[in-house]
Design a protein around this ligand. Structure first.
Ligand code: SF4
Ligand code: SF4
Length: 427
């Protein structure tokens, strides 16, 4: 039974006029053509739950577990339905009030007790750093349960060096300071994509920002928030609000789409908590994706050198649909001489990564990954650019399965390489 605490808002539910404009952009409706696996169907089920007409049964839960939370429906909806807070609350209800089968519950709890905590993840990823080839071969051998094998296939490439990499707590601006910013170093990002953080600091400082990367910061809470672990998300968010408030900066820069989207939602997450509502709202107002921040700074200060490459830009859902950030990363890339930017077909459709989705729902995730990789292949790129670590891993895995080996970069890595005058493929 849906309970009152953190229940999906009836006012938001009632904004849906059942027009169906969202259906063609919903990845699960695209895969199965099933109304209850469309945004409209899921909102209908939420309404039935909130009004006490539906129990939380395995069939009821299945339709919400299948949702990627990609928010393509938000972009498509002409009535302004805010699906993000609806699905987040709906999932919180499921995790609180539904007894999952033991294996499913244990797997989800394991992910939530590991991924958002870099110290624990460092230990979990150490075998990959030491015996990566062997561990991946076991994942490919088909001898493990489906979810475990998906986790190994999608595991990031890490080294002992990357697991212990750290970002300096303060880096001064090059030349006259234009802005003081702080950077979220992330949980997966700091361990597996430390190069992206390094590139972000270099570009921001080259463009006149002093960059703080508070050592006390933790996970932003995006993964638990999107998976229904709302209390854990709030706990992580409170910690980071505290840490970033103390940094005294004008902007908080994020280079991972899912994290930026979650941090911009802190206001919503704490709107009913008088002790935190204002602080959360004020912090959210300072959060910018790195591409937004660079656009806000105006005319680039650091000269760009050419990179001769055809680049396929993949819109991360939580950047495009979650934050409405589409033009800024494209403008950043197009400002690099020599880059030919292409957008593969179906840019609005999720690649299947979606937080922990490709771990808990490996079959539809793999189907969507393959669909995405085929569209990218049709665009014949030399490299891919995308602004979310999950998309990088998912597309890399789907591409490898089809025999493609495109290098995949965060857009900020290409800007950094251009400023430094190096070919990103040789880094
Ligand atoms: S979030 Fe994505 S998968 Fe879920 S209903 Fe909306 S479009 Fe469909
Ligand atoms: S487009 Fe918006 S209003 Fe129309 S069915 Fe989808 S969610 Fe409801």
């Amino acid at each position: 039974m849906i309970s009152d605490l953190d229940s999906p808002s009836p006012e938001l539910i009632d904004k849906c006029v059942h027009c169906g404009f969202c259906l063609p952009t919903c990845p699960t409706y695209l895969l199965w053509g099933e109304e209850m696996d469309s945004p409209r169907g899921r909102i209908h089920l939420m309404k039935a739950g909130v009004e006490g007409r539906a129990e939380i049964t395995p069939t009821y839960v299945k339709h919400f577990d299948a949702c990627l939370g990609c928010l393509a429906c938000v972009t498509a909806c002409p009535s302004g339905v805010q699906y993000a807070p609806l699905i987040e609350k709906q999932r919180a209800q499921i995790e609180r009030n539904y007894e999952r089968p033991a294996g499913d519950r244990a797997f989800r709890s394991l992910l939530m007790s590991l991924i958002p905590y870099p110290g624990r993840m460092r230990i979990a990823l150490a075998p990959l750093a030491l015996f990566g080839g062997l561990v991946r071969a076991i994942g490919r051998a088909g001898i493990l349960p489906k979810r475990l094998s998906a986790a190994l296939k999608l595991a990031p490439r890490v080294s002992i060096g990357s697991l212990f990499a750290s970002t300096p707590e303060r880096t001064a601006a090059a030349g006259v300071e234009r802005m003081k910013v702080a950077m979220l170093t992330g949980c997966v990002q700091r361990l597996a994509f430390a190069d992206v953080n390094d590139a972000t600091v270099r570009v921001l400082t080259a463009e006149g920002c002093s960059v703080a990367a508070p050592g006390a910061q933790g996970c932003c809470g995006a993964l638990p928030l999107h998976a229904g672990y709302i209390d854990q998300a709030r706990e992580l968010a409170r910690h980071n609000i505290d840490v970033f408030e103390r940094s005294g900066v004008e902007r908080i820069v994020v280079n991972a789409a899912g994290c930026g989207s979650a941090m911009k939602e802190y206001g919503e997450l704490f709107k009913d908590d008088p002790a935190w509502a204002t602080r959360a709202h004020d912090l959210s107002a300072k959060v910018r994706d790195v591409s937004e921040l660079l656009a806000e700074l105006g005319e680039p200060r650091a000269p760009r050198h050419p990179i001769a490459a055809r680049v396929a830009y993949h819109d991360a859902c939580h950047l495009a649909h979650g934050q409405g950030v589409r033009a800024q990363p494209r403008a950043l890339l197009q400002a690099i001489p020599g880059i030919e930017l292409v957008t593969p077909a179906e840019p609005e459709i999720c690649c299947g990564s979606a937080g922990i989705y490709n771990l808990v729902q490996p079959t539809p995730a793999a189907q969507l990954g393959e669909r995405k990789a085929k569209h990218i292949a049709a665009a014949s790129p030399d490299m891919i650019a995308t602004a979310n670590p999950g998309c990088t891993l998912q597309i890399g895995s789907a591409a490898a399965k089809l025999g493609y080996e495109w290098p995949i970069f965060h857009p900020i890595e290409l800007v950094d390489a251009s400023i430094r005058g190096v070919d990103p493929r040789k880094l």
